[in-house]
Design a protein around this ligand. Structure first.
Ligand code: TTP
Ligand code: MG
Ligand code: MG
Length: 377
């Protein structure tokens, strides 16, 4: 496998069962019990989805994204199982503290999500993987000592390999993937383990008889491009060969949104009050990340689960809660006045801001910013 990359060493950190582990920190007595963190939609007592679960609950099949009722069935013989609602503010505060520590390790830092980050330690290590391993161990103990949390950590020559290394041993993993071991590491892994390959891509690859990353790396590139398009086809081929030139750098978010499920379906603009916390959160986020938005949009989901949106672009940017609320209210009023939603009722509502201008050169923001707190429909 030809190596055509400059010498880099990247550390990937992913906190283990993050929301559930945060709950174990403040309630240590939960550690031995199955813990399920739930995003309740508020419709009926148990409607909603599982946000995450600790590894005790996972051993019974509970995982992110399944309905809460299914999780309850899986754990119905275990009266000690605990179901808790998400407390995003607490998880975000914990995440911010950890990210601040991690950032101190290198100027080249990238927060990817609430519990994940990359750190480029090339300049400190000068190609020395033993040095990188020491840094990695230091990071793990720092997170354990200061926040009482475990993480899984991977070290490799680029982001995708470092993340795959971190994912390969969970929880509390520590994997250093030396350049000489990349080919055997990738060869027999299922393609699903490659960053960016979800269930649909996996099915498409299987129809090409590509099951492992090794098979993908040997597959005809022009055929891959034919199926996945130029960008993705080329990228998959490179990733399968262990090549990823993407630098470790903070990505600037392009939009930010918050969505909630209404307690009862609405057929008039009766939910004005429920917009206030959404708007306050958005305005707060804009202020914290020193940004202003020009486009303010509303999102709504009808009772037949059709997603629609409508937006307005201002001539100057804003971070004001009052102004965002006024725009969002006007858009919802128009939707109801024009009957464009048809005869359908509205089940979920949200606000999205975009066309974000930067007030500061280095915002600290993950690239995907729709909060998880309400994914059910
Ligand atoms: P992940 O890092 O994907 O998962 P995790 O930290 O819970 O577990 P792992 O040990 O496998 O890393 O996601 C981080 C947090 O994001 C997770 O704790 C809860 C939240 N989340 C959701 O709310 N819904 C989801 O579908 C996923 C995948 C995560
Ligand atoms: Mg995690
Ligand atoms: Mg994660």
């Amino acid at each position: 496998m030809p190596i055509s990359e400059p010498q880099r060493i990247v550390v990937a950190v992913d906190l283990d069962y993050f929301f559930a582990q945060c709950e174990e920190v403040r309630h240590p007595e939960l550690k031995a019990r199955p813990v399920v963190i739930c995003v309740y939609s508020g419709r009926t007592e148990d409607s909603g989805v599982v946000s995450t679960a600790n590894y005790v609950a996972r051993s019974f099949g509970v995982k992110s994204g399944i309905p809460i009722v299914n999780a309850k069935k899986l754990l119905d013989k275990l009266p000690e199982a605990v179901f808790l609602p998400t407390d995003l503010e607490y998880y975000e505060t914990t995440s911010d503290k950890i990210m601040q520590e991690l950032r101190s390790h290198s100027k080249m830092f990238e927060r990817v999500s609430i519990d994940e980050a990359f750190i480029d330690v090339s300049s400190e290590c000068n190609g020395n993987y033993s040095r990188a391993a020491e840094i990695g161990k230091g990071i793990k103990s720092e997170i354990r000592n200061k926040q009482s949390l475990t993480c899984s950590l991977g070290i490799a020559r680029n982001k995708s390999l470092a993340k795959m290394a971190a994912d390969s041993k969970k929880p509390d993993g520590f994997v250093v993937l030396h350049p000489d071991h990349i080919e055997p590491f990738l060869k027999d892994l299922p393609v699903r383990k490659l960053i960016g390959v979800g269930s649909k891509m996996e099915a498409m690859m299987q129809s090409l008889r590509v099951r492992t990353i090794g098979e993908l790396s040997a597959f005809d590139e022009s055929k891959l491009i034919g199926v996945f398009g130029k960008n993705m086809g080329t990228r998959f081929k490179l990733l399968a060969r262990g090549i990823d030139h993407d630098p470790v750098e903070e990505k600037i978010a392009e939009q930010y949104s918050r969505i909630i499920t209404l307690k009862t379906d609405a057929d008039s603009f009766s939910f004005a009050k429920e917009l206030t916390p959404l708007v306050e959160d958005i305005s707060n986020w804009l202020k914290v990340s020193k940004r202003r938005c020009r486009t303010i949009g509303v999102i709504y989901v009808t009772s037949t689960i059709k997603l629609k949106n409508r937006s307005n672009t201002l001539s100057t940017g804003t971070d004001s809660a009052e102004e965002i609320l006024a725009q969002a209210s006007m858009l919802f009023e128009r939707i109801f006045a024009s009957e464009e939603k048809g005869s359908q009722k509205i089940r979920r509502i949200g606000i999205r801001v975009s066309k974000l201008s930067e007030d500061s050169p280095k915002p600290d923001a993950p690239s995907s910013l729709t909060h998880y707190f309400d994914k059910s429909s």
